[in-house]
Ligand binder design. Structure first.
Ligand SMILES: CC(C)(COP(=O)(O)OP(=O)(O)OC[C@H]1O[C@@H](n2cnc3c(N)ncnc32)[C@H](O)[C@@H]1OP(=O)(O)O)[C@@H](O)C(=O)NCCC(=O)NCCS
Length: 244
């Protein structure tokens, strides 16, 4: 038994499990698979051949706390999910996100409003992507990493498990912080090792290799391996590992 609002545009090839809800104005393409207990909120657009696993919530209207530092401004457009996307069980995707074709959003991941994710991206299990984040094509983010608001991950970036990005050196105090909040920019082909921390506003240059457990306090140089707390250059990345 499912509830599908009569205004929903849904192709006859779509397969839906049990106890799912599709709210008004949603548009669902061909051969989409929708599991059990899925909620598809108002106006969500879902491309052909996409699958949405059990318990996922897509197009959730954002409702930040009254005391949140990042404010919601203006209307948030509907969630757009491209073709061939896989959404894992119990993932939560907010209204105002755009997900490119053939991307995987794994189980339990969360993707906030005003986020743009490219094609063939992997957002791993339990990853949290906060608002105003951009993620380029073929980037991979492994389990339980935290991508804070205003972060940019360019194309073919690799983020290992449990990486922490940050954006606020004032940690929620002073009015001054509102002008100074800045996420990291991780450039094309950079790799960031397990459990490392990137401080606010840092640029990790193309093909930098950040070693596991590093604390990145300064902008990096391209193609360098950096490690330690604070991170220092240890050597150049082996030519064989560089992207073509
Ligand atoms: C950078 C890395 C590849 C090791 O590089 P390496 O230069 O070959 O390191 P070595 O094993 O030769 O060790 C050289 C020295 O650096 C130290 N070292 C190694 N890795 C280190 C790290 N991540 N941070 C700080 N010091 C490190 C070693 O203890 C050694 O010190 P010593 O000379 O005093 O004994 C490894 O630390 C790393 O970060 N791997 C990535 C793992 C990861 O996050 N994968 C993601 C997918 S699961």
């Amino acid at each position: 038994m499912n509830f599908i609002d009569p205004s929903v545009q849904i192709d006859e090839s779509v397969v839906i499990g049990h106890f799912s809800v599709v709210e008004k104005g949603a548009k669902i393409g061909k051969n989409v698979l929708i599991g059990n207990r899925v909620t598809i909120h108002e106006d969500t657009i879902i491309g052909d051949n996409t699958s949405i696993a059990d318990g996922a919530v897509v197009g959730k209207p954002p409702k930040p706390a009254k005391t949140s530092t990042v404010k919601l401004t203006g209307d948030v457009p509907p969630l757009e999910i491209g073709e061939g996307v896989t959404i894992g069980a119990n993932a939560v995707l907010y209204r105002g996100a755009v997900i490119g074709a053939n991307t995987l959003i794994a189980d339990l991941a969360s993707v906030r409003e005003n986020v743009k994710i490219g094609e063939y991206v992997i957002v791993g299990r339990g990853v949290c992507v906060e608002n105003y984040v951009e993620i380029g094509n073929r980037t991979k983010i492994q389990s339980n990493s935290y991508i804070t608001a205003y972060t940019t991950l360019e194309e073919q970036v690799f983020i290992a498990p449990c990486v922490t990005t940050t954006n606020d050196n004032f940690m929620g105090r002073t009015e001054e912080r509102f002008d100074k909040i800045k996420g990291a920019i991780v450039k094309r082909g950079a790799r960031v090792g397990g459990a490392s921390i990137i401080l606010p506003g840092i640029t990790v240059e193309e093909e930098t290799f950040v070693a596991a457990g590093a604390l990145v306090t300064k902008n990096t140089e391209p193609k360098t391996v950096i490690k330690g707390v604070p991170a220092k250059v240890s050597k150049m990345v082996d030519e064989r590992e560089l992207l073509k």
